[in-house]
Design a protein around this ligand. Sequence first.
Ligand SMILES: [Cu+2]
Length: 143
Amino acid sequence: MSRPIVLLVLALAACQAAFAAGRLEIAGAWIRTAPPGAMMLAGYATLRNTGDAPLIVTGAGSDAFGDVSLHGSVSVDGVERMQALGEVEIAPGASVVLAPGGKHLMLMRPKGGIEVGESIKIHFATKSGEGVAADFVVHDSAP
Ligand SMILES: [Cu+2]
């Protein structure tokens, strides 16, 4: 193969892998709806490392929100508090579950109305540089 064709094939492969690129696979992605005007929503999903090396998720983002971050829940003197997580490492074959009451995506400052049934794209960044985008569906309660 000549070099331009090789590059084209690589580019196509990268596009097709957008939903489950490389080693990070995202499943069951949803956002809990919030009253109109809410400045803070939460997103949930299962992040799975399908590769054979540790995977480090460094952050997340979305065009639909002013800011997206990964949060954990910690109990301080019996009171549940949210805490921004730094990098999240996922062992080979393991999953990190973002679910109500635990780790979640904190979605700040929605840029438009967030309607039930709507799909919102959220992008995850990994240390190895391969980004993964997933469609998060807006629900009233856990699907
Ligand atoms: Cu939070």
